[in-house]
Ligand binder design. Structure first.
Ligand code: ADP
Length: 513
């Protein structure tokens, strides 16, 4: 383990609160207390060399029940429930300030957890801080609504109330950002949150528990229950007191959680997989498009649901564009995620690397040609970790398995197109509909194509850019519900409409003539 995190941890709030040490099993945050969970322990590994960052306890069934029951009491407690929005916002602003103070540490810890380059994990922490401040501000401006009168003697208004206990289930690829994106609007809506992070990124989730504890969030409103999804996650979502599942992860797990939610008749917000098309038109600004396409697929080593993994290039510029793409791809700096200048770090694990490689081998079987990468990286800098070369595949049809399934790795498939109709047919031929990229200098055409693409987020002459103010949602099997946006808090609230009679005459219906 490198010194940075260890030193950071030691200068943090002390070891007993569950920071990174090599020699103790980490406690978890159950109902406002740091405890050793009763489940089997798991290990957090540094993907760059597979060394052990920490051993972490996980939640037992008793721990899960304790956390959820405490959560249910906590959100109902008038001392929190009746606080003014400004008072609740103050706690959230404080949490944002604490994250700001620990920014470097949080970025380093995340890099240890998932192997993303520091520049990326730093950006994720910045996003988490900005999200927290934005939602805290939105809470202050969230008004109940006086609705239009349809009958003179009635005054009607609508209020918003907490759902209760929210289960937040998160993946390992952008942990702090996706966690805050759920936790903060849910807390702002007056709910309690049970966070079940991905096993690989439990450390950063436990740091968030410290952040909210320090910010003064009442005990029980937030718990972090580590452990296996199929065991701990499953028990949490099935618990009768859990009123919403907010999930980011694979489409298969999302589908399963939708069934669980359907049985309980509770709401979900599911942010799932993608196989996003990127389209380069003949009039695109060549250099801007090349750089944008490369960033869209290879940043985060392609481990992003929004990765632009299917590239369509107009046939008139296909050869030149592909050549430029290959050259730049071969120059991508892959290596130590903690080193300055690294563009791509390792993949999260050996299992995941093997899965990515299986797709690349499958592409060959489907008639594809590997024009860049296509293999794991070896040599002194790579042998201890799970590094895969950025890979470009040509010669496949859009309906090939490799063009249809989410690989979640640094693998780009490239397909030429000649006319708009075929292009749109191919781009939309996918079970997914998360995002899409358009590269052209013609904004009329860009908007026309944007409208025709079946995806929740469209980037024009840019890619992988986000704003907390802008809702994020998937079409088709990429998701259900949305996150972010000024009114995102309402996704974590119930709606109550109140009718007030101003008429002083008795209801004539009850007085038969
Ligand atoms: P990934 O392939 O990114 O790991 P998953 O969908 O398997 O995607 O995991 C995302 C999150 O969902 C993780 O926190 C994981 O532990 C959790 N999870 C997996 N299976 C279940 C389940 N049956 N119930 C609840 N959570 C689950």
């Amino acid at each position: 383990m490198k010194n940075t995190v260890k030193e950071g941890a030691v200068t943090e709030d002390t070891v007993k609160e569950g920071t990174v040490t090599e020699d103790t099993v980490k406690k978890i945050f159950i109902a406002g207390e740091w405890k050793l969970g009763g489940g089997a322990t798991i290990k957090s590994h540094y993907p760059a060399d597979h060394s052990v960052n920490a051993e972490i306890s996980t939640a037992s069934l008793d721990d899960i029940n304790e956390a959820i029951e405490a959560a249910d009491k906590a959100w109902r407690d008038p001392s929190w429930r009746d606080k003014l929005p400004s008072e609740k916002s103050a706690v959230l602003f404080k949490a944002a300030n604490i994250m700001e103070q620990k920014k470097q540490f949080l970025a380093e810890l995340q890099t240890r957890d998932n192997g993303k380059p520091l520049a990326e994990t730093f950006a994720l922490v910045s996003s988490a801080i900005a999200t927290t401040r934005y939602i805290a501000s939105s809470l202050e401006t969230l008004d109940n609504e006086l609705t239009n009168q349809r009958i003179k003697a009635l005054m009607t208004f609508t209020t918003y109330e907490p759902l209760g206990v929210v289960a937040a289930i998160t993946p390992w690829n952008s942990p702090i950002a996706s966690e805050i994106q759920k936790i903060v609007p849910a807390l702002a809506g007056g709910n309690a949150v049970i966070l079940k992070p991905a096993e690989a990124t439990s450390l950063i989730a436990l740091e968030l528990a410290k952040v909210f504890e320090k910010a003064g969030l009442p005990k029980g409103l937030f718990s972090v229950l580590t452990g296996k999804g199929s065991v701990v996650g499953e028990e949490i979502v099935k618990h009768p007191l859990v009123q919403k599942i907010s999930f980011t992860g694979s489409t298969s797990t999302g589908r399963h959680l939708a069934h669980v939610a359907a049985d309980k008749l509770i709401s979900t917000s599911l942010e799932l997989g993608g196989k996003s098309p990127t389209i380069v038109f003949e009039d695109a600004n060549f250099d801007i498009a090349v750089n944008g396409v490369i960033y869209g697929i290879f940043s985060s080593s392609g481990q992003a649901c929004i990765a632009g993994s299917r590239l369509f290039i107009h046939e008139s510029i296909y050869d030149d564009f592909l050549d430029a793409l290959i050259k730049k791809t071969e120059n991508i700096v892959v290596g130590d995620p903690e080193a300055e200048g690294t563009q791509m770090g390792p993949l999260i694990s050996e299992d995941h690397l093997n899965s990515v490689d299986r797709y690349v081998q499958m592409a060959k079987g489907e008639g594809g040609t590997i024009v860049a990468g296509g293999h794991r990286l070896t040599g002194e800098a790579y042998d201890k970790g799970s590094y895969y070369a950025p890979t470009i595949i040509t010669g496949l049809k859009n309906d090939a398995q490799v063009c249809q399934e989410e690989i979640f790795g640094p693998v780009l498939v490239v397909i030429p197109y000649s006319d708009e109709e075929t292009l749109l047919g191919h781009a939309n031929h996918s079970i997914y509909g998360l995002a899409a990229g358009i590269w052209t200098e013609d904004y009329r055409k860009a908007l026309h194509i944007a409208k025709a693409l079946e995806a929740g987020t469209i980037w024009i002459n840019t890619y992988k850019k986000f704003s907390i103010a802008t809702p994020f949602a998937g079409y088709k099997e990429s998701g259900v519900g949305k996150e972010k946006g000024r009114l995102g808090i309402l996704d974590y609230m119930l709606t109550k409409s109140i009718f007030l009679n101003l008429d002083e005459t008795p209801n004539p219906w009850s007085d038969p003539k």
